[in-house]
Design a protein around this ligand. Structure first.
Ligand code: FES
Length: 81
C-alpha cells in the first residue's frame, strides 16, 4: 500500500455502513476502493460496521494493522526530525 498522506484518514462511519478500503494502491479516491484493482489479484479490505464511530485508516503506508492506522506515522515524523 503506498503512502497517500502523512497522517491517517479520519472517517466517521455509521452503523451498517459497508465500506471497501483500497489495498492495491491504485485507487484515485484513497482510502476507498474504486475498482482499479481489477486484474491485479489484490482485493479490497471490506468491512461492515456495527456502530456509529470514528475510524482512522492508514495514510502513510507503514501500519502493521492495515487498513487501520497503528500510529506508525508518528514514528516516521520522529525519525525525520
Ligand atoms: S482500487 Fe485498490 S483494492 Fe480496489
Amino acid at each position: 500500500m503506498p503512502k497517500w498522506q502523512d497522517t491517517p484518514f479520519r472517517i466517521e462511519v455509521k452503523a451498517n455502513d459497508k465500506i471497501s478500503f483500497c489495498q492495491c494502491g491504485k485507487t484515485q479516491n484513497p482510502p476507498y476502493c474504486d475498482g482499479s484493482h481489477a486484474g491485479s489479484g489484490i482485493k479490497p479490505f471490506r468491512e461492515t460496521f456495527e456502530d456509529d464511530k470514528v475510524i482512522f485508516i492508514c495514510g502513510c503506508g507503514n501500519s502493521k494493522g492495515k487498513p487501520y492506522c497503528d500510529g506508525s506515522h508518528k514514528k516516521l515524523k520522529t525519525d525525520q526530525s
